[in-house]
Design a binder for this molecule. Structure first.
Ligand code: ATP
Ligand code: ZN
Length: 307
């Protein structure tokens, strides 16, 4: 169900009201503590998404950090270096670590003692699943489906409720034959409007591109749109005029297949696709649509979320 752009509903609650009622500031833009009422909605979304999961899906939950080597090999560093957050730690042995702390104690700089570690912050939930699948050998004829999730980080500080630095992502990932990967993506793209409607959310599907770095990146983004590789479910969070991407539907073609050597029984490189639920954006969209007090939401929405 694709609603026309002018059918998107105006939010009942402003972003400011939602931030005030449901989030705890931490002093850092885009990083918030979350209230119990907000987390109840996040849990409700998780249950609803569980119910929509393909019974064949294998569930894997990843930590909020991934290996730096994985992110380098995946092409993330080349495509999105501006969004990547890296884990650093004080190095150089006890003396150097002690000296760094001392510099801090005396009002000096201590961060020059930091060294890059072998970890980066997970920028999306699905990256670690491709090498995991590749290690198991050839992909079965019907393909593989995974249900993955992680806390994600992207270095895009903003005061906007819908652009966080630390947020949660859930994804269904398909690995298999090219047509099956496109079908998987398209099935979810077709279902998403009803999923939103079951939550009382107005939405539409837009073609989209990833925020690739630099001028060369803009070209890759245009190619992505031309080739219809990415679509997003747009739902009002801040306003109906500038709706927010709350889910994305992505075909990666053979990018991850080539990178990780994912092959089918007959030796063909596997294609991959993923559908991502931006959990914090979906939760924010719900509060925007129905108001900051979830006790007063429509009965059908409360029932859908087990509230
Ligand atoms: P955008 O273009 O809005 O930055 P994206 O194309 O980078 O999004 P994806 O990489 O497809 O997003 O990520 C999957 C989903 O994760 C998005 O559809 C969105 O719901 C959520 N998401 C992405 N970035 C953020 C963020 N900074 N804050 C909150 N949720 C986010
Ligand atoms: Zn993905």
């Amino acid at each position: 169900m694709n609603l026309a752009p002018n059918r998107l509903g105006q939010p009942a609650a402003s972003a400011e009201a939602i931030l005030e009622a449901l989030f705890h500031p931490t002093g850092v833009d885009g990083v918030y503590g979350r209230s119990g009422a907000y987390e109840a909605v996040v849990e409700g979304l998780a249950t609803l998404i569980n119910r929509a999961r393909d019974p064949r899906a294998e569930i894997v939950r990843f930590p909020p950090v991934v290996s730096r080597a994985l992110i380098e090999k995946s092409g993330y560093l080349k495509s999105f270096p501006h969004l990547l957050g890296c884990v650093c730690a004080l190095g150089g042995g006890d003396a150097a670590i002690g000296a760094a702390v001392e510099r801090f104690e005396t009002g000096g700089p201590w961060t020059d003692g930091l060294e890059a570690s072998d970890l980066v912050l997970a920028p999306a939930a699905c990256y670690p699943v491709y090498p995991l699948a590749a290690r198991r050998g050839p992909i079965p004829r019907d393909g593989l489906i995974f249900d993955v999730a992680s806390d994600c980080f992207r270095r895009e500080p903003s005061r906007d409720l819908d652009r966080l630095q630390s947020f949660r992502m859930r994804e269904f990932v398909f690995i298999g034959a090219p047509e099956a990967a496109t079908d998987f993506r398209d099935t979810w793209k077709a279902r998403a409007g009803d999923f939103a409607a079951s939550l009382g959310l107005s939405s539409r599907i837009d073609p989209a591109s990833d925020p690739f770095f630099g001028r060369g990146g803009a070209m890759v983004g245009r190619f992505q749109v031309e080739q219809a590789l990415k679509f997003e479910l747009m739902v009002p969070v801040r306003s109906a005029e500038t709706p927010t991407a709350c889910m994305s539907f992505n075909c990666h073609r053979d990018h991850f297949g080539q990178t990780w050597g994912l092959t089918s029984d007959d030796g063909a490189t596997a294609h991959t696709a993923c559908v991502a639920f931006g959990i914090d954006r979906l939760a924010a969209a719900l509060f925007a649509a129905h108001g900051v007090d979830s006790d007063r939401w429509p009965t059908s929405v409360r029932a859908a979320l087990n509230l």
